[in-house]
Design a protein. Structure first.
Length: 95
């Protein structure tokens, strides 16, 4: 099934592929710690500690996690508008 590359759906897909934010920037923006970050990303606290660690223990988060954090950033930035949409989405999935 082919889609027009200028369709709104394709434009959103293209934008999603460009979204990225580092774990340290995300945590700074939202005043979060490694435990909060682990919960959001569904990874261990040890993993997020390495993402946020010092020079010797620092590891870069994978692109998919940076994309997830960027999406979370957009959601948090627009929480008042997005929260009802998320609730509706959840309700549709459970009915």
């Amino acid at each position: 099934m082919s889609h027009d590359h200028s369709s709104p759906r394709q434009q959103i897909i293209n934008l999603l592929q460009q979204l990225k934010i580092s774990p340290s920037e995300f945590c700074f923006r939202w005043n979060l710690d490694a435990a909060d970050l682990a919960q959001i990303c569904g990874v261990s606290r040890s993993t997020t500690s390495h993402w946020l660690g010092g020079i010797t223990s620092r590891r870069e988060a994978g692109e998919s996690y940076q994309r997830l954090l960027a999406i979370a950033d957009v959601i948090l930035e627009n929480a008042a508008e997005v929260e009802p949409l998320l609730q509706r989405w959840l309700n549709q999935r459970h009915n």
